[in-house]
Write a protein that binds this ligand. Structure first.
Ligand SMILES: *[C@@H]1O[C@H](CO)[C@@H](O)[C@H](O)[C@H]1NC(C)=O
Ligand SMILES: *[C@@H]1O[C@H](CO)[C@@H](O)[C@H](O)[C@H]1NC(C)=O
Ligand SMILES: *[C@@H]1O[C@H](CO)[C@@H](O)[C@H](O)[C@H]1NC(C)=O
Ligand SMILES: *[C@@H]1O[C@H](CO)[C@@H](O)[C@H](O)[C@H]1NC(C)=O
Length: 476
């Protein structure tokens, strides 16, 4: 695997001074103390960050990690097999994660320490029928890239039951599927799942796999697009077909039905720290895949909806962060040579939405090619787009994530462009970023889906993610 060639062997030396509770005690390029104060245990959160966690209850590291932390000099290989097996043994005996991710100014925190958000999207692990071993492999690959966070999809609306589905509509009645082919594929009920298992899809899967590999999740709860159902399914089932897409945001019946789905999924994972944040929708806009926008839909429509839905989530879930999951379009009509993404015409006003008090952080996406900036100008256009959002981050003092970005050209050109954007993330002070999207070569399911953007472990970008995470962490 490529990462074996590129990542150096790691050496760390322990000293006499013990690290305080919640302090760092190991990780790639960490050179400080590796012994934790009494009553705490050095725990692997990810390759870059080991933390002294109170030993009470269920948090301990495997004996192999413990003995390496206390010996004077230890050489640890960062190969994928070492990483995967140490994660597996850690998860078999205890949950790898404690504490909920919070915000502090323009940054995220975990148990009082800075928490770096860098990683990738993966919509597919729970939705496409992969077995537990494959889902575990997906998160092993994501963790080995050095990612700390993955964004995924917590919805799958259907009108007839087949395959994997989360929310089944029969006329106007919707039922949440908590079975093995529903939220069982998404969430976790047993915190002590051992990996890899046989095909035990029935034992809730995606959250357990993320947890086993020290990855936090951002979960979107519905879709603008009709992929995996989305908003139009609510409107079509409850009110009839042919209505404008934005009916979903304003009609009391669709709003109540969406809150009912939110209530089911959010309360199920109320105490699950693996989930970092809920998102109101993937890429909400006035127009939908199969329906048009009404004449009255404007940015106020989605801002009003976002304030209502986010405060609803906060009223039932005090643990998790909430964001919109939008593309971060600006509402500055006439500006930027009438560049679409600055005109507010899609119904999104990034700066206005950042002021909603029940939203903890802002999001934006970046697809220069698909947004009319293909060719040699795409990289510079992207740098401007990143800087524009970092400026709003600074003025609103909330974190902002570039939570999707991508180019479909592959290989070294793409890697070079991403390197430029990664350095713009650093220079702009932007909180963090997630590439669209992770790819894996799965033992049972073959290659995960490639929409042209997927980053498999052999891609040069894969090797850059961990280095970028370390740089963002070092920047603070
Ligand atoms: C929502 O769906 C509409 C219709 O296909 C599409 O034009 C729009 O681009 C979609 N929005 C997003 C953000 O995907
Ligand atoms: C959106 O339209 C409504 C009227 O339908 C208006 O009150 C509101 O000011 C508009 N919002 C923006 C941002 O123009
Ligand atoms: C945001 O603030 C940071 C810290 O003051 C600064 O370094 C950075 O340049 C600012 N970013 C933008 C885009 O203004
Ligand atoms: C670790 O440090 C070395 C030497 O300073 C550097 O070349 C390497 O990029 C660092 N690795 C990461 C992942 O930051």
């Amino acid at each position: 695997m490529r990462s074996q060639d590129l990542l150096p062997l790691l050496v760390w030396v322990s000293a006499a001074v013990a690290v305080d509770v919640w302090g760092q005690c190991g990780g790639i390029n960490y050179s400080g103390d590796t012994v934790c104060v009494a009553g705490t245990t050095c725990t692997v959160l990810n390759d870059y960050y080991y933390q002294c966690v109170p030993s009470t209850g269920t948090t301990t590291v495997s004996s192999a990690t413990k003995s390496s932390a206390s010996s004077s000099t230890t050489v640890k290989s960062s190969s994928s097999s070492t990483r995967a097996s140490s994660s597996a043994s850690a998860s078999a005996s205890q949950p790898a994660q404690t504490g909920f991710v919070k915000t502090s100014g323009t940054r995220f925190t975990l148990n009082g320490s800075p928490f770096t958000v860098v990683g990738s999207n993966a919509y597919w692990p729970a939705l496409l029928g992969y077995n537990a071993a494959d889902i575990n492999q997906a998160f092993a690959d994501i963790a080995n890239s050095g990612a700390t966070v993955t964004r995924t999809m917590g919805f799958n609306e259907v009108t007839s039951a087949s395959g994997i589905y989360f929310h089944l509509w029969n006329g106007k009645t919707a039922t949440v599927n908590t079975g093995a082919n529903g939220l069982g594929a998404f969430g976790e009920r047993s915190p002590f799942l051992a990996w890899p298992t046989a095909d035990t899809r029935a034992q809730d899967t995606l959250v357990a796999a993320a947890k086993a590999h020290g990855i936090r999740l951002i979960v979107a709860l519905t879709n603008n697009w009709s992929d995996f159902g989305g908003m139009d399914v609510y409107t079509n089932q409850l009110l009839g077909t042919g209505l404008p897409h934005d009916t979903f945001y304003t009609n009391p019946t669709t709003i109540a039905a969406y809150k009912s789905y939110i209530q089911a999924i959010v309360t199920r994972y109320l105490n699950e720290p693996t989930i970092m944040a809920w998102e109101l929708a993937n890429e909400p806009r006035c127009a939908g895949s199969t329906s048009v926008a009404s004449a009255t839909c404007n940015t106020t429509t989605i801002t009003t909806w976002a304030a209502d839905i986010s405060s609803y989530i906060k009223s039932i879930d005090k643990n998790h962060l909430v964001a919109i999951g939008d593309e971060g379009f600006f509402n500055q009509p006439g500006s930027h040579d009438y560049d679409y993404v600055y005109q507010g015409s899609a119904g999104v006003d990034f700066a206005a939405n950042m002021l909603i008090s029940s939203l903890d952080f802002g999001t934006f996406h970046m697809y220069p090619d698909a947004w009319g900036h293909s060719g040699t100008g795409d990289v510079a256009w992207g740098q401007q787009w990143i800087n524009d959002h970092a400026a709003v981050m600074n003025s609103t003092k909330k974190p902002v994530l570039m939570e999707e970005f991508g180019l479909t050209n592959s290989g070294t050109t793409r890697a070079g462009n991403y390197a430029t954007w990664y350095s713009t993330v650093l220079s702009s002070g932007l909180t963090g970023d997630l590439v669209w999207q992770a790819g894996s070569n799965l033992a049972n399911g073959g290659a995960s889906p490639n929409d042209g953007y997927a980053i498999y472990p052999s891609d040069p970008v894969y090797a850059m993610i961990g280095q970028h995470a370390a740089a963002v962490k070092a920047r603070g």
